[in-house]
Ligand binder design. Sequence first.
Ligand code: KE4
Length: 429
Amino acid sequence: MNIKKSEQLFEQAKKFIPGGVNSPVRAFKSVGGNPVFMARGNGSKMYDVDGNEYIDYIGSWGPHLFGHNPSFIIDALKHAIDNGTSFGAPTEIEVKMAQLITELVPSIEMVRMVNSGTEATMSAIRAARGYTGKEKIIKFEGCYHGHGDFFLIKAGSGALTFGVPTSPGVTKGNAADTLVADFNNIESVKKIIEQNKNEIAAVIIEPVVGNMGTVAPQNNFLTELRNVCSEEKIVLIFDEVMTGFRLSKGGAQELYGVKPDLSTFGKIIGGGLPVGAYGGKKEIMEMVSPSGPVYQAGTLSGNPLAMNAGFAALAYIKNHPEVYQTLEENSVYLENGFKDGIKSLGKKFQLNRVGSMMTLFFAEETVTDYNSAVKSDTKLYGKYFHEMLNRGIYFPPAQFEALFVSTVHTKEDLDKTISANYEALKAVL
Ligand code: KE4
């Protein structure tokens, strides 16, 4: 496959941008090779600067539930842009957007728009700390909530209950306030709460994890987490930046019937433009400035372009609930095709799927948490990724990510992907 222009651009990019990219995962570091630079997207396809066509399964890491350039979003943007890009003043579309989010997600009584998922999760934690007057938080190993300092923490050694920074620049002070539990292990949560009685402001979780690869909550885990947070007066935050409006119109919380105190959103709610949001119980959200003392602000928060694109996406969901049926049909078809291929090659690789989020783990045992996920053969995944890329299938360039099926992946796309999977597995095994 000719990727000459991508190679030239990458050399150029590395002179001016750290690692040549504006977000690390795009650099192909964990799969090796030269990232391909995209020129355009349309429907289920992306086209790189050398003219190669790909069936796209990252969908910009989640936003493109309806594929690239859905007409109803583009039309909304075209209309909005003629009236200006940003005013730094309140607008009607922000009111409509907030109202629509509260309509689609019953646990959201009030919501604040920001500009990324990271801003949303950082602000939700601050609101929870301001509301409870407590300082410590619990996150889960393998869950990612954006690059806020207090999230870049991994579990300390066995003896330690608090975490250790995963990145230089994150202070010990931050790490000391972040405690790390194990996903799908309610006892690990209860133990940390016991060791930090009345000091924990919030628990934040990806209700369905996408960031260690796709991992579903097992038997009542989310309900047990809800119960223990209620008993201990801890704010339960569902980070639905990836799952929100993807797994159902009401996100993972609707799918699993568990009501968090706060939720965070991103990706789909921006219709492909930079948007994040956090919201939930009125009594917590009223703590946020200017109605309350918890400060949070943003120059472009709620800007008209992102609001019009996001509103068009959410309004489409509201008026076409059948999209989730289409997503499920497409995703089941892909899952079954992949499982047939893996089985016919006599392998036991693990395929985890929840709705239109899916991950093929190069691991022989079930993947239910971080420790089982990291047993995957990431080198093999890297080889597989390139075999798929060379066959025109753009998968996540990292084992510990979710792929995303859209409403516009056609049966032809899915069949091509299924046969490419079989050929790619044969080539690397
Ligand atoms: P952003 O700040 O990247 O908009 O959102 C951070 C975030 C928060 N919470 C969850 C559950 C997320 O998945 C994310 C971002 N997801 C990654 C994909 N694993 C974005 C891709 C990237 O970092 O380039």
